[in-house]
Design a protein around this ligand. Structure first.
Ligand code: MG
Length: 402
């Protein structure tokens, strides 16, 4: 029997609101009438180079290839540019990889989680984001989520910045998203202490430092939050400073989550093998798709490290569907981040997973189980405005990690 081949690759750029999130969605059309797949290639801050990498480099390479050979195609796409890795190329590869898993599931008439090994659970527990300008507002928002059935809640105050109000800037300071790391740690400790006292021990609390601290301050912060028994502390250190995780491990038992900025197995391999982290937080499209995520999950499982795939608003709906299939299968699933899309996004992506009572459920359709209303999506094209929140500065104006 002649193989089913890739006939066309289409790349969709979608910005559904003024919030700055731009989705990059790949659609693979096959030689089998009506058979196609969708994949997430979303790198929201640099979506145009991803588009170019797919349309001008991967598309000519994959056209005519056998759709069933997703493993071989992933590995060849990884090396075929000679210069490899990085968020642009990995996201482009992910768009193709996820779409091929979607197609494989449709060919087998099975959901993707069945191809991975089948369900270990019926639904994935998710966590939502509670924020507030002061601790009481954070508590109010935690209680709103509890009332909706959420049992895992990330608590932040003033976004990632902590919004220092008494900051003294130099004369002539340039515009930017200013941030005081030391004040942040003091304010966050007070907030976490207050939230824990108010809501009790049953709620699982999480916190994301967003890699904004000097390494030694990050070590101190991990120790300081230990008594509050967080479910995890996320990105306490930047990828550039991961050696400091050894210091944290020697000094406290705060559970550590890390990985949304990783894109090369070298970045997570030693952290797993040295048992420096507890949760893998990789952004599945940024690592290259379902194929490398499956490998990392299996590697983590051998060492007792759980999964917690990145799932904010700049993971596309197709990416959230991919996360869910990995979550349902992985024996070492930990938790899934969830961003609560508005009704418009559900209309644009029929089959987008639903969350009820703190659990995300699959729809059990073949493949990834998600569709895209292309006519509706076309009404929301991407724009090129310059992102503001990523122009982070320290109090004296020094550019800093967002
Ligand atoms: Mg994060």
């Amino acid at each position: 029997m002649a193989p089913i081949t890739i006939q066309d690759v289409q790349t969709f750029l979608i910005q559904y609101s003024g919030g700055g999130t731009r989705f990059v969605i790949v659609k693979i059309i096959t030689s089998e009438p009506g058979l196609y797949g969708l994949g997430c290639a979303t790198f929201t801050q640099r979506f145009r180079p991803v588009y170019a990498a797919i349309e001008h480099h991967l598309k000519p390479f994959v056209i005519g290839k056998d759709v069933t050979r997703s493993e071989e195609l992933f590995n060849m796409m990884l090396v075929q540019s000679y210069w490899r890795n990085g968020p642009v190329l990995n996201n482009a590869i992910s768009g193709i990889d996820q779409a091929l898993w979607d197609i494989k599931g449709k060919l087998a008439n099975m959901p993707v989680y069945q191809l991975l090994g089948g369900k270990c659970r019926e639904a994935a527990a998710v966590y939502a984001h509670a924020d507030g300008r002061e601790p009481k507002e954070v508590v109010d928002n935690v209680r709103k989520f509890q009332a909706q059935g959420y049992r895992y809640i990330r608590v932040q105050m003033g976004g990632y910045g902590g919004k220092a109000d008494k900051m003294v800037k130099p004369e002539g300071a340039l515009p930017g998203a200013y941030f005081d790391p030391r004040e942040y740690t003091r304010n966050m400790l007070k907030m976490i202490d207050y939230v824990r006292q108010e809501v009790g021990e049953e709620v699982e609390l999480l916190h994301d430092v967003h890699e904004r601290l000097a390494p030694i301050d990050a070590v101190q912060f991990a120790k300081d939050v230990e008594p509050y028994k967080l479910f995890f502390l996320e990105d306490d250190l930047a990828p550039e400073d991961i050696e400091y995780f050894r210091m944290i491990r020697r000094q406290c038992a705060t559970p550590i989550a890390m990985g949304e900025l990783f894109n090369n197995p070298r970045e997570w391999r030693l952290m797993i093998e040295e048992r420096l982290i507890d949760f893998l937080r990789m952004h599945v499209s940024q690592m290259g798709g379902i194929t490398p995520a499956r490998n990392a999950a299996i590697h983590g499982n051998i060492y007792g490290v759980r999964t917690a795939w990145h799932g904010p608003g700049d993971t596309s709906p197709v990416g959230h569907a991919a996360n869910l299939h990995l979550d349902l299968w992985a024996p070492n699933f930990g938790i899934q981040e969830w961003c609560r899309f508005p009704p418009l996004v559900y209309e644009m992506f029929p089959g987008l997973p639903e969350v009820r009572n703190g659990y995300m459920y699959p729809n059990d359709k073949p493949g990834l189980g998600i569709e895209m209303d292309e006519k509706l999506a076309a009404r929301y094209p991407c724009t090129d405005e310059v992102d503001w929140w990523t122009q982070t500065r320290l109090p004296d104006g020094t550019p800093s990690r967002p």
